[in-house]
Design a protein around this ligand. Structure first.
Ligand code: HEM
Length: 465
């Protein structure tokens, strides 16, 4: 009988640290280098062996089988659990279906359509304060938009509790997170300055969410949002959903975190890419002028913004905010003839798949036209994941992103500042670190010629919600 194929190993592992240093130094170059070695490539993070899935079809197989490839353990989830406990993002398979059932109604298509006017106000609340010529920390501004929109639609009452301290606590967690994942677990317990800052930020955030929840419980008025849904599920269905107060706080923290990090990174990359590609920017402006005719964007407008849709998809391809995600094999299994032992950590990476030269022509190039007429429900475009653990906030995120792009592009141009070029930063989300831009009133510069509106489409990149 032929022996099973041996799995490729990434070169350059150091004793004890494995590939932690190349990963920390330039994770994107490291990921890009892996497909050259095989479809499944073994790496070492410290003493721990992990497998990176470099092939879209194998990625699909792993993600569809969430019973075998679970989130129950593993280095990524143990670090994420420190922030959001066992919320939907991190909970193991045996809790997942019931948790998803409780939360899903807040993310249904009709519900998201209802959120659009509130989201529009959250965008205006931030953008209205911009002044012509003002320098912007774009990521910070986009985080404000995403935080306000999430608080106002899903977690009513949170907005009043959000302070600049919450924002800086979130930043602290995100900055220090990669080290917590990649360095040995014992290191997390040492009283280093970073570990102490991390612990304090985490505790403050949880206290803020805990206080909002206590306030909501004491409030006799009816609220129609996710927080009330979670509290009601605890009160009425305790035996089924099994959520207690700590679980609800976990869910709220994890959802807020997922929403703000991913949506803000996407928006920030979009405005950076537009500033680097003036011809695309002009097309977008022409489309927005034609479709909106000066009105604030609504859901009816969004389905007619095809250039905007393609820009959003291309930004999500080049800079998928959830750039690497983990699973753990909970039983001995095999993938394409390679045996995978129980306990093996596996990673999939939308970033890696989206930049494979055999899947995308000139993958480094920002080219929204590659999505012309393409609905992209293919395994090679996976910014929101695949399978049962696919992003629950996909429609929410796309709607908010399209609204913000349309609202901002109808009023402003964002121009890059010298020295303000971003570098991709490895955090929980793939963020444009150091992005500095200036806002310019677009209308004073004259409008571009108007293009006719494009055919109606759904506000979905994949049509798979
Ligand atoms: C551009 C924005 C976003 C991107 C690219 C994104 C991406 C992803 C990806 C790739 C996953 C799957 C991870 C896995 O395979 O384990 C995921 C899961 C998840 N996302 Fe998002 N996300 C975005 C926005 C949001 C928003 C706005 C929310 C909530 C308001 C959200 C909440 C969640 C939750 C709760 C899960 C876990 C779902 C489950 O395990 O059932 N995400 N997201």
């Amino acid at each position: 009988m032929p022996s099973p194929p041996s799995m490729a190993r990434a070169p350059g592992a150091l004793p004890f640290f494995g590939h932690a240093f190349p990963f920390l130094r330039d994770p994107f170059a490291f990921l890009d280098s892996l497909p050259a070695h095989g479809d499944l490539v073994e790496i070492r993070i410290g003493p721990t062996r992990a497998v990176v899935v470099c092939d879209p079809e194998l990625t699909r197989l792993v993600l569809q089988d969430d019973r075998t490839f679970d989130k129950s353990a593993g280095m990524l989830y143990s670090a994420l659990r420190e922030i959001g406990g066992d919320g939907l993002v991190t909970c193991p398979h045996d809790q997942h279906r019931s948790r998803r059932r409780v939360i899903q109604p807040a993310f249904g298509r009709d519900r998201v359509v209802e959120y659009t006017s509130v989201m529009g106000r959250s965008v205006d609340g931030v953008v209205d304060s911009w002044k012509d010529g003002q320098r912007l920390d774009v990521l910070h501004e986009m985080s404000k938009i995403a935080a306000d929109a999430t608080a106002d639609t899903l977690l009513g009452g949170l907005r009043a509790a959000l302070t600049s301290r919450t924002a800086s606590d979130l930043t602290t967690l995100l900055e220090l997170f990669p080290r917590r994942v990649l360095l040995p677990t014992a290191w997390r317990r040492l009283p280093t300055v970073g570990n102490l800052r991390y612990g304090a930020a985490r505790s403050r955030i949880r206290r803020t969410f805990g206080a909002v929840m206590a306030e909501r419980r004491a409030d006799q008025r009816t609220h129609d949002d996710l927080l009330s849904m979670l509290i009601a599920s605890r009160d009425s269905e305790r035996s089924r959903s099994g959520l207690d107060d700590t679980d609800i706080c976990d869910e709220a923290v994890a959802l807020f975190f997922a929403a703000v990090e991913n949506a803000s990174a996407t928006l920030a990359w979009i405005f950076h890419l537009l500033a680097q590609h003036p011809s695309v920017e002009q097309c977008l402006h022409a489309e927005v002028d034609s479709v909106l005719s000066g009105a604030p964007p609504s859901i009816d407008h969004l389905v007619r913004l095809d250039v905007a849709r393609r820009v959003v998809m291309e930004a999500l391809r080049l800079y998928p905010p959830t750039w690497v995600v983990g699973r753990v094999a909970v039983a001995d299994t095999e993938l394409r003839g390679h045996s995978i032992a129980k306990g093996t950590n596996l990673f999939y990476s939308p970033y890696l798949i989206h930049r494979r030269t055999d899947l995308y022509d000139c993958p480094e190039r920002f080219d929204p036209d590659r999505w012309e007429g393409v609905r992209a429900s293919t395994p090679s475009f996976i910014p929101f994941g695949i399978g049962p653990r696919r992003c629950i906030g996909e429609q929410f995120a796309l709607t908010l992103t399209m609204l913000a792009v349309a609202a901002i592009a109808s009023r402003w141009r964002l121009e890059s500042l010298p020295g303000g070029q971003p570098r991709p930063r490895m955090g929980v989300a793939l963020q444009p670190a150091g992005l500095r831009m200036r806002v310019i009133t677009r209308r004073s510069a004259g409008l571009s010629p108007v293009k006719p509106p494009t055919p109606a489409r759904e506000v979905s990149t994949t049509g798979e919600n």
